[in-house]
Design a protein around this ligand. Structure first.
Ligand code: NCD
Ligand code: ZN
Length: 330
């Protein structure tokens, strides 16, 4: 029996630039009808000209018209004029705390000084997408950041805000308090814990931000996702780095999961006995929150085992060498 998904979306995706963009974009385009494209390039995407140039490069690299790149701008103190000019061409603004993850140096270092810009986002109804980690102890960063989320949610009650790639029990609980807040969940945080990263030999392929947490946290995420929580959306956070940047002193953070995203998700949902809820997680919930029209494309998966390659070009994918039971048709 095949599984048909209606215009699935990847709501958090790093496609990079240049050769890396050309290598990785086709994997997303083959599975998804669109994706939210992250702006943390070498030089952040923080102006309309850069946004347009990047969108054109993404479209060209995808090689198909069926994939819609939903563009984001890197958070800074934008003026009302700048935001009005770009509003129709973006799905949101992505905020990184300065230095918290790959290429976030230009991010926010003082959260007491962002109110004016966030007020504009609320007024202009532009969603704010947030990498929610403090600079505290690595296992507690996401939990510590909840105070910032809370302040933003209380101060700007009409602001649509997305907690990106949540990983903890506390984040799931927080989400339930605010109707205007949604969250993305990655494939890898539904699958791995810190034990998989560092419990045996160190696995650079599984090193990412936020770091994978405890079995209890993973269980809370699974419960919420598999039960069909309407404000949880799939965002792979697929973030490729070449092997030389992963297998070295100072391993870069990021997991390249794009090639396995939907097949592996289908496996997880099937195992949990809720395959019928996968479509909502990868499409309906995001369309509702972001007010996107229903998509036209179909993605078909079939139960046909395949082994994930050890490498795609310079990059080792998530689940390399493992056998997945669902395959993308076509
Ligand atoms: C991302 C990257 O490499 O751009 N890395 C990661 O570990 N997830 C950035 C991010 O989303 O944190
Ligand atoms: Zn990311």
């Amino acid at each position: 029996m095949t599984l048909t998904l209606n215009a699935p979306l990847d709501m958090h995706l790093h496609l990079r630039e240049g050769d890396m963009l050309r290598l990785v974009a086709p994997f997303s385009a083959a599975q998804f009808s669109g994706g939210v494209i992250m702006p943390n390039l070498q030089q952040p995407v923080d102006s309309l000209p850069r946004l347009r140039a990047y969108r054109d490069a993404v479209v060209q690299a995808c090689g198909v018209e069926s994939f819609t790149p939903y563009m984001t701008l890197f958070f800074r103190a934008y003026s009302r004029e700048e935001l009005l000019a770009v509003r129709d061409e973006i799905i949101g603004i992505k905020l990184y705390p300065a230095g918290i993850t790959t290429r976030s140096e230009a991010g926010v270092s003082d959260f007491d000084r962002i109110n004016d810009t966030v007020a504009l986002l609320e007024e202009l109804d532009i969603p704010l997408l947030v990498h929610g980690e403090s600079h505290g102890f690595v296992m507690e960063r996401e939990q510590e950041f909840l105070a910032v989320y809370q302040r933003l949610a209380e101060t700007f009650p009409r602001l649509r805000m997305v907690m990106e790639h949540i990983t903890t029990t506390e984040s799931v609980a927080f989400l339930n308090q605010y109707q205007q807040v949604a969250a993305t969940v990655t494939l890898h945080h539904l699958m791995i814990t810190l034990d998989d990263v560092a419990g045996g030999l160190l696995q650079p392929d599984l090193f990412c931000k936020p770091i994978a947490k405890t079995p209890r946290d993973r269980e809370a995420l699974r419960q919420a996702v598999f039960s069909g929580h309407p404000r949880l959306m799939f965002g792979s956070d697929s973030a490729p780095h070449p092997r030389h940047a992963k297998e070295c002193v100072g391993c870069a953070a990021g997991i390249f999961s794009a090639p396995v995203a939907l097949p592996a998700l289908a496996g997880l949902f099937a195992e949990a006995g809720c395959l019928d809820r996968l479509n909502a997680f990868v499409s309906d919930h995001a369309r509702l929150f972001y007010r996107l029209p229903p998509g036209e494309t179909k993605t078909i998966l079939e139960p046909d085992p395949w082994k994930v390659p050890e490498r795609y070009g310079s990059v080792r994918p998530f689940l390399a060498g493992q056998t997945l039971s669902w395959r993308l048709q076509g």
